[in-house]
Design a protein around this ligand. Structure first.
Ligand code: COA
Length: 172
């Protein structure tokens, strides 16, 4: 399996992969795939990596800038991340996440944050100490990994593409 940067022409495969991975998820509002398109359009898709095997895209991860208490400070957000439903639980998500984190580090990032299940992300090095918030969300879901500097404290905010008005949630 190859993990590589997205290339022109991958956009539709990434969109349908993301729709199919999130479709069965009760927590999903279907916004993840349009968010990726919107991040790309607004220049906020810092990294967009695909996992490819035999020419087929099996997984994808997006990384984009975030702010903490309004300051970017070289922190990034992880997600959406998706793996084709029939290919999940085989290490593809882990490989995408670890490669994405390495590439962020190489770019001088200070850390990476996400909203997600501690069950999954604690297994790839993320943690939560309750000091990083995201609205009223249970803070155990607001997780981070530090590359350099102090642990993050304050309110996490993602790129505008993640705001309801920042993308169109039509499944195209
Ligand atoms: C989440 C997702 C990207 C993980 O990719 P994956 O290839 O299935 O995950 P991996 O096989 O690499 O597993 C990575 C670790 O997470 C754990 N994990 C993966 N899915 C899990 C789940 N649903 N519940 C609990 N743990 C899970 C694995 O056990 C593994 O840890 P381990 O190696 O210590 O056992 C993938 O399952 C997916 O696309 N899900 C649907 C979309 C989604 O929910 N995205 C994330 C939103 S927060």
């Amino acid at each position: 399996m190859l993990i590589r940067n997205e290339r022109p022409g991958d956009e539709d495969a990434i969109h349908s992969l993301t729709l199919s991975a999130f479709e069965p998820m009760a927590f999903s509002d279907g916004s993840e795939a349009p968010i990726i398109r919107s991040l790309r359009a607004s220049g906020d898709l810092t990294l967009s990596l695909v996992a490819e095997k035999d020419g087929a895209i099996l997984g994808h991860i997006a990384l984009s800038p975030v702010t903490i208490d309004g300051i970017h400070n070289n922190w990034f957000g992880l997600g959406p991340v998706s793996v084709r439903p029939e290919m999940q639980r085989r290490g593809i998500g882990r490989a995408l996440i670890l490669t994405g984190l390495e590439m962020l580090k190489e770019r001088g990032a200070r850390g990476c944050a996400l909203i997600g299940s501690p069950d999954i992300y604690s297994r790839v090095g993320f943690e939560s100490d309750g000091q990083l918030s995201y609205g009223n969300l249970d803070r155990s879901y607001v997780q981070w990994i530090v590359f350099s500097g102090p642990a993050p404290r304050g309110e996490l905010k993602f790129a505008p593409a993640f705001e309801p008005e920042g993308h169109t949630s039509q499944h195209t």
